[in-house]
Design a protein. Structure first.
Length: 274
């Protein structure tokens, strides 16, 4: 899988070069009046979201080790920083734009694969083999590899507190409303809420609220100290262009990022380099 990881990394870098060329064309092939708006960080982010992010997320369920996952995560974050020309803390940048960590997206894919093999597509040969391995795993987990798909799927259900769905596969009421052949997408949307909850808990566990009034010693602590009560602001499913920056700043992020000349303090705070 190391070769596959390096291939995914190369595809991310190739997509970054494509976006660089498109961003240069958008910035310099338009009139001066519309140049700043069309080359705003929000538009560049949408291009990055469509061209780079799919290469990093389409085959996450095949990555076995945390090292492989971290390699892809680093390449993905570096491409976003270079596209936006904002070399701030990676965790802060991903949080502002609502891009979940690949670990959570991998868990969503593994749980969706479990739903596909046990509920929606049980006629497949791969589904039959998966059910055999899963029953063996439930009976004796010590004899299974930690990096196997079945083991990682069980860990993903534990991470999202969905152990009951893993032990006793069933369709949730939110998904049962859709037609049987179209339930995979509603189930994927159903998992997003659990991914956001886990992401939010991880942030609060890694950056607990500070009760003192002393100045913070680093930029990361300062950011989470200020934004502690509004960390869910930019997390999906809340649309990015409707999300306020914080309770003290009620302007949408779209206005702050497409009209930086009107908000000089906000532009300095977000560290967009020109």
């Amino acid at each position: 899988m190391d070769q596959a990881t390096q291939h995914i990394k190369k595809k991310i870098n190739w997509a970054y070069l494509t976006i660089t060329a498109v961003a240069h064309s958008i910035r310099y092939d338009n009139s001066l009046r519309s140049r700043t708006t069309r080359s705003s960080p929000l538009i560049l982010f949408h291009i990055w979201q469509a061209c780079v992010l799919p290469f990093a997320t389409q085959n996450l369920r095949y990555l076995c080790t945390p090292t492989q996952l971290q390699t892809i995560q680093t390449a993905l974050t570096n491409s976003l920083q270079r596209i936006l020309r904002s070399y701030t803390i990676a965790e802060i940048l991903l949080l502002e734009f609502g891009v979940p960590h690949l670990r959570l997206q991998q868990a969503c894919q593994l749980i969706s694969l479990h739903y596909k093999y046990t509920i929606s597509h049980t006629h497949l040969v791969a589904a039959h083999l998966y059910r055999i391995y899963r029953q063996s795993l439930l009976s004796n987990r010590d004899h299974h590899l930690h990096q196997s798909t079945e083991t990682r799927t069980a860990d993903a259900h534990t991470l999202f507190s969905l152990k009951s769905i893993y032990i006793n596969p069933h369709t949730t009421p939110q998904v049962a409303q859709a037609k049987p052949r179209n339930r995979n997408k509603p189930f994927a949307n159903f998992l997003k809420a659990f991914a956001i909850t886990v992401w939010h808990k991880d942030i609060h566990r890694n950056h607990p609220a500070s009760q003192d009034n002393l100045p913070s010693t680093c930029r990361t602590k300062t950011y989470f100290k200020i934004m502690h009560h509004s960390l869910k602001t930019n997390l999906p499913p809340l649309p990015l262009h409707y999300a306020p920056l914080s309770p003290q700043h009620h302007e949408p992020l779209q206005d702050l990022r497409t009209k930086p000349w009107s908000y000089p303090n906000a532009r300095l705070a977000m560290n967009w380099s020109t």
